[in-house]
Ligand binder design. Sequence first.
Ligand code: IMP
Ligand code: MG
Length: 176
Amino acid sequence: MAEAKPEILFPKEVIEGRVRELAAQISRDCAGKELLIVGVLNGAFIFMADLIRGLDVPCRVDFVRAASYGCGSVSAGEVRITKDLETPIAGREVLIVEDIVDTGITLSRLVEVLRQRRPASLRVCAFLDKPERRKVPFAADYVGFIIPDRFVVGYGLDYNEKFRFLPDVCVLEDIA
Ligand code: IMP
Ligand code: MG
């Protein structure tokens, strides 16, 4: 039998429109500056690719990968940077681009680590935000869409490395 089709939460046309708005807002806020866009692998790569093509300010790109450990019994999971930036960020205008803020653990730790390197500014743009799931306080400077506590895939977001390629954001039900 065929796999059940995921329910579409945001079709690609809606995503395109919102990403354009975010890019315009970031361009206004950062007018006259050069940005270093830091993508968080793997989930952010599709969002980041679309976002930077909507920017009106010059940018460079680099990537980090963070692995988060810890389970239900651990209140603040351990976050390890498994692939670091290759660009020094001291004095630069840095924008972290992430697929989703869930518990907030990954981004709050990443921001803490990168802040120690003394960037001129450090902002965060998250495509999605699930505020109901927060375990540590975290607010991104730019958010594409706020969503309820449901597991979503597509537009770069995966479930066990599946579904990243879907052009729409879909809800995966029936996940243990
Ligand atoms: P955190 O819990 O805020 O640290 O988020 C860690 C990571 O969990 C995110 O960067 C995503 O890769 C992943 N994640 C959280 N919620 C979802 C979801 O609904 N779909 C796919 N990945 C998710
Ligand atoms: Mg991720």
